[in-house]
Design a protein around this ligand. Structure first.
Ligand code: PLP
Length: 408
């Protein structure tokens, strides 16, 4: 299994849409075959359309707020005394997280497809918030599927979704988190695909959704590679790109343009509560391959192949599966994956917010935890860039209850 240079990662699948012959594919009910085929054809056409690319770039700049800042975290660097630490502050994008790139592109596609209603899943609430924002902007009706547990723990984003005029469909099945929200959203789409467009909130699901999401968020690394070259005059020899990984969209967007460079790509999964066996880290815990949401991937599962419960303080990382693209990057050793516990993420949030003028949500705080772990062991010729892909405001209740106060 090998990654080919010069070919977009999303296109490195075989005729069955599998990466490395093992990951991804379209494991879908018969009723979804037609809409998936139609969407696949439409997206293939739009990717090549100058008008569509123009519209995408226009809205990335004038609606999303691209490019987001790239800054040096001098205080954190000095405190840790080792590698130089930078952040790509994607949380400065409109709405406060990277999910706006995918949501914007999906709304543009829905318009092209002549669909009036767009539906989507959400865990942390950012995918839902962004889809509801973009739907409002482009005049589409919107329904967001969200687990009841996540509705309770991500209140600020729930309020935004409602304010944007979208309907929230509370999901009461299973663990009442992201995994069930994606399942329910797909179930809804199966019965309503003639009139409805579906946006999957991460690089998961049947192949076309993996592709659209990774293609949309790739803008983040197009911005970053320019900013890195401006800052260092070239791509530094010892460069590490750290990104949290839930379904994997933020990391794919952050890494895409660096795929053919020497940059080390490090994904940080949710290690769950300290001293607990629960986690949401299929790649760094040796999970086996299974089928989830229409695609083959490493999945947290029991010995019978049933999806196991996961646990993470961050709703956005609390997902038992992982993008087939990340499975492919892991098996080809192009990226490596580790995890951080809830407590490490909270401590990282605390330190970064105290020392710097950014306030990462609990998802990117997992990536900061890894930066804090490794920076002191490296010298200053090493450059670490962390994708600060979400703002902490949505986590204020959790942070307050765990740390006693919320500082932003
Ligand atoms: C801020 C933030 N970061 C990361 C994630 C994890 O998702 P992904 O791995 O698809 O970026 C989420 C998911 O909701 C999120 O809201």
């Amino acid at each position: 299994m090998k990654i080919k240079k010069g070919i977009p990662l999303i296109d490195q699948h075989d005729k069955h849409y599998m990466y490395g012959g093992k990951f991804g594919g379209n494991f879908i009910p018969e009723t979804l075959k037609k809409p998936i085929d139609e969407l696949t054809l439409l997206f293939a056409k739009l990717r090549k359309s100058q008008n569509f690319l123009k519209a995408r770039d226009y809205y990335f700049k004038n609606y999303v707020g691209s490019p987001t800042p790239f800054i040096k975290l001098e205080n954190l660097t000095n405190q840790l005394g080792g590698a130089q630490i930078y952040a790509k502050v994607v949380s400065e994008a409109n709405g406060g997280a990277h999910k706006i790139y995918n949501a914007t592109v999906h709304c543009l596609i829905a318009k092209e497809a002549g669909k009036k209603l767009i539906v989507g899943d959400t865990g942390a609430g950012y995918a839902g918030k962004m889809l509801s924002m973009a739907a409002k902007k482009f005049g589409l009706k919107c329904k967001i599927f969200m687990g009841v547990k996540d509705i309770k723990r991500q209140r600020p984003n729930v309020e935004s979704i409602k304010k944007n005029g979208a309907v929230i469909v509370p999901v009461t099945t299973g663990s009442q988190t992201l995994v069930d929200a994606v399942s329910e959203c797909m179930r809804y789409w199966v019965s309503n695909c003639d009139t409805t467009h579906m946006c999957v909130g991460s690089t998961v699901g049947p192949n076309i959704f993996v592709k659209i999401c990774a293609w949309s968020t790739a803008q983040i690394s197009r911005e970053l590679i320019k900013q890195v070259k401006e800052e260092f005059g070239r791509i530094p020899k010892k460069l590490k790109l750290l990104n949290c990984v839930g379904g994997g969209s933020s990391a794919m967007g952050f890494w895409n343009e660096f795929m053919d460079t020497n940059a080390e790509l490090v994904g940080i999964e949710a290690g769950g509560p300290k001293n607990s066996k629960l986690h949401a880290a299929p790649l760094s815990n040796g999970s086996k391959i299974g089928i989830l949401h229409g695609a083959a991937q490493y999945v947290v599962q029991n010995y019978e192949g049933q999806i196991s419960s996961t646990s993470s303080i961050s709703a956005g990382l609390d997902y038992p599966g992982i993008s087939p693209l990340h499975c492919f990057l892991k098996d080809t050793k192009r990226a490596k994956y580790t995890s951080a516990t809830d407590e490490e993420a909270l401590n990282a949030y605390k330190l970064v917010s105290k020392l710097e003028n950014i306030s990462p949500s609990l998802e990117p705080s997992h990536a900061f935890a890894e930066a804090i772990r490794i920076a002191p062991r490296l010298n200053s010729s090493n450059i670490i860039i962390v994708n600060s892909c979400g703002d902490s405001l949505k986590d204020k209740d959790i942070i307050k209850s765990r740390l006693g106060q919320y500082v932003r």
